[in-house]
Design a protein around this ligand. Structure first.
Ligand SMILES: [Zn+2]
Ligand SMILES: [Zn+2]
Length: 161
């Protein structure tokens, strides 16, 4: 495996620091407790460029917390999804860190069916349109982002056989 260049490593580390600092401030602002465990799970999710499953996170968590159980991870993930720091991708049964946006931003998760890559798009109006349309039939929507499946640019460019 090719190891990342030092500059990439530095920018990744500083990106992680930024995300954790943002998460910390958000929890403090809302009076939520960002416990060491929640922080650890959040950092693990952030270290993945692509969506990661709960059991993979559990294995990584066990490196430092030997007695970590599935419920440990799921509780932390529920908390992180609830705050909007992490998005759950139902189509993949996996989790990804929200990178660019304010929590509760609304929008789309474009999920590539080939490589499982996810592109996140912010769109507050889309969210409003959906909740208004649903409200017409007295349906209350959750705050999850809308998942759309398809093929990403890279996979589309790959020749098929
Ligand atoms: Zn997001
Ligand atoms: Zn793809």
């Amino acid at each position: 495996m090719k190891s990342p260049r030092p500059s990439e490593e530095i920018s990744r580390a500083s990106e992680l620091t930024k995300l954790v600092r943002f998460a910390d401030a958000l929890c403090r602002e809302r009076g939520l407790s960002f416990t060491p465990l929640r922080r650890e799970v959040y950092e693990l999710v952030c270290r993945h460029d692509t969506p990661v499953g709960a059991y993979e996170l559990l294995d990584e968590l066990k490196v430092h917390r030997h007695n970590a159980a599935p419920v440990t991870v799921y509780r932390s993930l529920d908390f992180l999804v609830g705050t909007g720091l992490v998005h759950r991708i139902s189509a993949l049964n996996a989790y990804t860190a929200c990178h660019r946006h304010a929590p509760g931003h609304g929008g789309l998760l474009l999920v590539c069916g080939e490589c499982s890559n996810v592109i996140e798009l912010e769109d507050q109006r889309l969210e409003q349109r959906i909740s208004q349309t649903a409200a017409d039939v007295k349906f209350q929507t959750s705050t999850d982002l809308v998942e759309v499946r398809g093929l990403c640019e890279e996979c589309r460019a790959r020749p098929t056989d």
